[in-house]
Design a protein around this ligand. Structure first.
Ligand code: IMP
Length: 183
């Protein structure tokens, strides 16, 4: 059987966050993080794959030296409903004694971030904080400490700027509300 992912037919119902607003907010966050971590051994750990665009832009805007590392999380299948299970592959690089900032795409139920934090904590960083691009106003959030947040979005399925539907639409330069195309 083929593993090929068929491009889903979606329409973008509404652009929630245009590219220009994203650029502006990422610059603000980078400035704030730069101030907070000045003189420290910062490592940005990006959660694959959803955080790649945010991580790349944040890193380029960050005015202080830092390393980039990655870990892979998967909680959704190829659709819009969460399986409730979070799979995590091992994190790249040495984190022991470093100031680690987990960079995530979206805080929905919070299950993913909580699981990733447990995994990162086991690597004995000097400090561990979270920077999430989006926070979804979801009724059943697992509480996790979020040090930096980009934008709040309503409890709708969104795509773009790294966020996918069935592995597609990550490349959109904005965040939009996705709706399955009719027919
Ligand atoms: P949580 O564990 O429920 O917080 O889900 C977090 C993960 O689910 C994120 O890292 C995303 O990969 C995915 N996710 C949650 N909501 C959306 C969405 O609206 N669009 C695309 N992916 C989402």
């Amino acid at each position: 059987m083929s593993d090929r992912v068929i491009p889903p037919r979606l329409s973008i119902e509404e652009i929630l966050i245009p590219a220009e607003r994203i650029r502006h907010r990422v610059a603000e966050l980078a400035e704030q993080i730069g101030r907070d971590y000045q003189g420290r051994d910062l490592v940005l750990v990006g959660a694959l794959k959803g955080a790649i665009m945010f991580l790349a832009d944040l890193s380029r805007a960050l005015p202080i030296p830092h390393r980039l590392e990655f870990l892979q999380a998967a909680s959704y299948g190829n659709g819009q409903s969460s399986s409730g299970e979070v799979k995590v592959a091992d994190v790249t690089g040495d984190l022991k004694g470093y100031d680690v900032l987990l960079v995530e795409d979206i805080y929905d139920t919070g299950l993913t971030i909580r699981t990733l934090l447990e995994r990162l904590r086991a690597k004995h960083p000097a400090s561990l904080e979270v920077c999430t691009f989006l926070v979804k106003n979801h009724p059943h959030n697992v509480p996790v400490p979020l040090k930096y947040t980009g934008f709040h979005v309503p409890d709708l399925f969104v795509v773009g700027y790294g966020l996918d539907y069935a592995q597609h639409y990550r490349n959109l330069p904005y965040v939009g509300v996705a709706r399955k195309a009719e027919g």
